[in-house]
Design a protein around this ligand. Structure first.
Ligand SMILES: *Cc1c(COP(=O)(O)O)cnc(C)c1O
Length: 353
């Protein structure tokens, strides 16, 4: 079978989806499935839908188009607040978008009217992580204007954590979001259907909180696909953390010195590296490199270590593993590595089970 490839265990992703739905469902939190990690792969997205996910969310409109084209039946939510240059596509291809700028909302309104569409919007509130969101003191003014916009249905508010600032969505932050929701409903005599507290980083809050207030939605990617929460990257009980396996192939093995010899200058990554002389050793080369994967985010499953990498090669210590040309090495992946691999067209996506 072709290499490099990523084996994707559909059954494990289905299991994780079911478990998370059940877990968060115990306190009536609905899960939005976040597909940016899988680049909107329609086959994988279908697994989420088949296991009860009704809203699929992606940061890129191209990924959403891919899923629509692939026949995936869901409501689509645009996660990254829209660019001014893409508002027309947003109203055409998505049902809901997260927003934080009135200028954009007005454009969404304009195109919603042109296309005779009602576009739903969730307003993001800044609660300290300092990526997207309206400052809480500004939210009333924004809502007042949004409610006037034709073609726009203001359905909820949301917050995001642990992305830019690494700030935790703790009980205080979630209570603040709940209070804002209640305040808006009372002040404007409206009812909000989505109060979206955050992402895979909200696991600890959910687990340790008796009362979750008005929060009724989380947007989950990492926990579904990697079985981990996103604050400390701890495995979530009863979930699979190994649905994805990267497979690369050995193209050279030789006994060579452990220390490069000759005059030392920069390597392919612009670094001047220091090496210890450990004598001769069994070295292997894999046909995969930095262009394909964030090398610091992959962990070999066999008993071997990565010595270094350039754009198209990874060099390994093959002393204990003693692999031969044509053999393969399997890696588990962290989020950042998986993101690049799944969005790379050079790596075959191999769905199993
Ligand atoms: C990526 C993203 C998510 C999903 O985050 P995970 O940690 O993968 O669950 C949720 N919300 C927004 C706004 C995002 O950009």
């Amino acid at each position: 079978m072709r290499t490099p490839r990523i084996d994707i265990d559909i059954r494990k992703i289905a299991h994780n989806t079911q478990q998370l739905k059940k877990f968060y469902g115990t306190k009536k939190i609905e899960i939005t499935g976040v597909t940016k990690l899988i680049g909107g792969n329609p086959k994988i997205a279908t697994v989420l839908v088949d296991n009860g996910i009704q809203i699929l969310a992606d940061s890129r409109i191209e990924n959403i188009k891919r899923m629509i084209k692939g026949g995936v039946q869901a409501q689509y939510l645009l996660l990254r607040t829209p660019s001014l240059s893409q508002v027309e596509e947003v109203v055409i291809y998505t049902d809901i978008s997260l927003n934080s700028e009135l200028k954009i909302l007005k454009e969404l309104s304009k195109y919603a009217v042109i296309h005779h569409i009602i576009h739903k919007v969730v307003l993001m509130v800044e609660l300290g992580d300092l990526r997207e969101g309206i400052m809480p003191l500004e939210i009333d003014n924004t809502v007042k204007e949004v409610l006037e916009l034709k073609g726009i249905n203001f359905i909820g508010i949301g917050s995001n954590f642990a992305c830019y600032g690494g700030i935790s969505p703790d009980i205080n932050k979630m209570n603040e979001l709940s209070s804002i929701a209640i305040h808006l409903e009372n002040k404007f005599k409206i009812s909000l259907t989505i109060i979206s507290g955050g992402n895979s980083a909200n696991y600890n809050w959910f687990q340790s909180s008796k009362s979750i207030g008005r929060i009724n939605n989380l947007r989950l990617g990492e926990s579904i696909f990697l079985g981990r929460e996103a604050l400390c990257r701890k495995a979530i009980p009863n979930l699979f953390t190994d649905a994805f396996t990267l497979v690369a192939e050995i193209i050279e093995t030789k006994i060579k010195p452990s220390k490069p010899y000759g005059e030392v200058h920069q390597n392919a990554n612009g670094k001047i590296k220091k090496f210890k002389d450990k004598g001769e050793m069994n070295r292997g080369i894999l046909a995969i490199g930095r262009q394909d994967v964030a090398v610091s985010g992959i962990m070999p499953k066999q008993n071997l270590s990565i010595l270094g990498a350039s754009s198209d090669h990874i060099v390994i210590d093959n002393t204990k593993s003693n692999l031969k040309v044509g053999d393969t090495v399997e890696f588990s992946l962290k989020y950042k590595a998986l993101l690049r691999v799944l969005n790379s067209s050079d790596i075959t996506k191999n769905l199993i089970n």
